[in-house]
Design a protein around this ligand. Sequence first.
Ligand code: ATP
Length: 308
Amino acid sequence: MDTLVEIQDVTKVIKGRTIINSVSFEVKKGEVFGFLGPNGAGKTTTIRMMVGLIGITSGDIKILGSSIKTDFEKAISHIGAIVENPEMYKFLSGYQNLVHYARMSRGVTKEKIEETVELVGLTDRIHDKVRTYSLGMRQRLGLAQCLLHDPKILILDEPTNGLDPAGIREIRDHLRMLARERDMAVIVSSHLLSEMEMMCDRIGIIQNGKLIDVQHISDFVQGEEKIYEIEVDHPEKASSLLKGAQPDIPIQLTGNSVLLPLVRDDIPNLIKNFVQADIKIFAVREVTKTLEERFLEVTEYKEDAGNA
Ligand SMILES: Nc1ncnc2c1ncn2[C@@H]1O[C@H](COP(=O)(O)OP(=O)(O)OP(=O)(O)O)[C@@H](O)[C@H]1O
């Protein structure tokens, strides 16, 4: 089965207020799925429903086909999650923490603990006390805790919160490795857009409790049209030529370039027209939008549409 998690038309109403509104998406094995949204959008609430911390008002969540509503124990057995700060004893070593934690779940062997420590890269420091760990190391110990029972799905709420760039990178690399090499489905939430861009295969954007977009990261960043920057000797002349052919086309002028949306197949013709008009072309570059720009574009657009 490739689809490990199915969120089906999930709604959550708290005290008469709809916090999550008909959210549906799927997460497959081997992928890192990012749940992205501004503060208060509903990321944590959705994740809390996925891990069974709060109930679902309507709709369902299936984990490897088992409903979290009707087959809770089975569904939850496939999940490893860090939702709030993972519980750990700072006066014990990382290893003692894992042994303590393993006692709470069935069938975790000493070998399994050691393998997991190795997997999260804590072997060298595992016998040191947790209070001597950096935040990044504590995050990795938390990751080890929730991997002990061999879950197929890993769910982490804001896993990079508070980490420095090196710590972020460590966690990111580990999560990608778990998805790729262990065939897990990894779900992370964040409002750190640049982080999501580097970590995720697909992202879902949530705003005001609604899922407004789910896309592969590359499609999402690119959007439907691509923006090209054409470096020329006379940008104004190039701009009027383009406007003459297509009056509505949105063109931006920078120092020595024109920027405009194009489909790739239009480029040869455009070059021909410039050359015929005696405009010299020095470069044609695709402008890659950052996820941040696209995110703001999408959320602002939806807000406008919602207000209309
Ligand atoms: N138990 C609750 N009672 C009332 N309102 C709640 C409750 N839990 C969440 N909310 C509201 O639901 C909305 C979504 O909250 P949630 O914590 O899921 O957002 P989030 O996307 O995780 O935000 P953040 O990035 O700030 O963590 C917020 O407006 C919040 O105030």
